[in-house]
Design a protein around this ligand. Structure first.
Ligand code: DGP
Length: 190
């Protein structure tokens, strides 16, 4: 099973991913692998990291291609992990690519075509939150995209992208951590 967690910055993806991992390991006896994109350790990820930390500037198409390459370069490994029976929990995937790069002014069709063929997740957990509320959470404002106007555009893009997708569990991320985790567990259990 391949489960992707999506949402604007500080929406609570990491917290829910960790709790879901613990649940699957301890209560469901699963072998769970935790991933996140961008993977900042690879060469493409190091450039994405420098871009996000505002150390370098790159044009919107160029940086998007690097974010996308960062996903493509791990496809074989992902395919193997899934074939071996692991559950892969992943913070961000191609949906971040569309939501963020569209907010950067790039066209949807081009964005979609670049990531076409990536392994599809079985479930997408989308944590929806007003960017003003998210901005009050710890560690907000450290990276390039942490601006309320920009995050508003990203949120609109996510909502548009996910509105008719049956694989998406759309959650109100202002709910308590426990309540959100309960909803995720209920979905995984069925
Ligand atoms: P974090 O999840 O905290 O490691 O932050 C990663 C940042 O990278 C976040 O602001 C969203 C952004 N991001 C992830 N994937 C893409 C992508 O494909 N394109 C663009 N433009 N941004 C992305």
């Amino acid at each position: 099973m391949f489960i992707v967690f999506e949402g604007i910055d500080r929406s609570g993806k990491t917290t829910q991913l960790e709790l879901t991992k613990r649940y699957l390991e301890t209560c469901r006896n699963c072998s769970v692998v935790e991933w996140s994109f961008p993977n900042r350790n690879s060469i493409t990820g190091q450039i994405c990291d420098r871009y996000l930390r505002r150390e370098i500037d790159l044009d919107a198409h160029t940086i998007h291609l690097l974010f996308s390459a960062n996903r493509w370069e791990r496809q074989q490994e992902l395919s193997q992990l899934l074939a071996e029976g692991n559950v892969v929990l992943c913070s961000r995937y191609s949906y971040s690519g569309i939501a963020y790069s569209k907010a950067n002014g790039l066209p949807y069709d081009w964005l979609k075509s670049i990531d076409k063929g990536l392994i599809e997740p079985d479930l997408i957990v989308y944590l929806d939150i007003d960017p003003v509320i998210a901005s009050r959470r710890d560690c907000y404002g450290q990276e390039r995209y942490d601006k309320i106007d920009f995050q508003n555009k990203v949120r609109i893009n996510y909502l548009d992208l996910f509105k008719n997708d049956p694989r998406v569990l759309m959650l109100d991320a202002t709910q308590s951590i426990d309540k959100l985790q309960q909803e995720i567990r209920a979905k995984i259990a069925c």
